[in-house]
Ligand binder design. Structure first.
Ligand code: SF4
Ligand code: SF4
Length: 135
């Protein structure tokens, strides 16, 4: 049994399609949705863990790509280290998922891990390594 953790980005026209059902039924894969974010009228993003036979995983990924789903491997998690953060707010401008926001009253960064889709944009942006990949 092989395992793959993937970030799937669905274009707007595929959001309502039963794609995950086909992965399970047609490719005999176990699917665990770790995070899901859907922006109405824009796109959907899922972080999923797929388990199954190696060749079936490959076919499942090809099926997704053929439909127009962007498939990116994911083997990481993101952590916020408040003690290193200077509250410069640079990262909040690049975080599209809403996981990093600024509390304007306190002028403080707020990191909501459950919204993070591990795109790594903030990691690249932060000069103080206050956000890091942890695995
Ligand atoms: S990795 Fe950073 S920029 Fe990307 S979603 Fe998570 S918090 Fe936002
Ligand atoms: S870029 Fe780094 S230092 Fe600046 S607010 Fe974000 S986490 Fe803090």
């Amino acid at each position: 049994m092989a395992k793959r953790k993937l970030l799937l980005t669905f274009p707007n026209n595929l959001i309502d399609q039963p794609i995950t059902y086909h992965l399970v039924k047609d490719y005999d894969l176990e699917l665990n949705i770790l995070r899901a974010r859907v922006t109405p009228k824009e796109e959907g993003r899922l972080i999923v863990e797929l388990k199954g036979k190696k060749e079936k995983l490959k076919l499942g990924e090809e099926f997704l790509k053929g439909l127009g789903v962007k498939v990116e491997p994911l083997a990481l998690d993101v952590a916020f280290f408040e003690d290193r953060c200077t509250q410069c707010t640079a990262c909040s401008g690049v975080c599209r998922s809403g996981a990093i926001t600024v509390d304007r009253k306190k002028m403080k960064i707020v990191f909501e891990k459950d919204k993070c889709i591990a795109c790594e944009l903030c990691v690249t942006m932060c000069p103080f390594r206050a956000v890091e990949i942890t695995f």
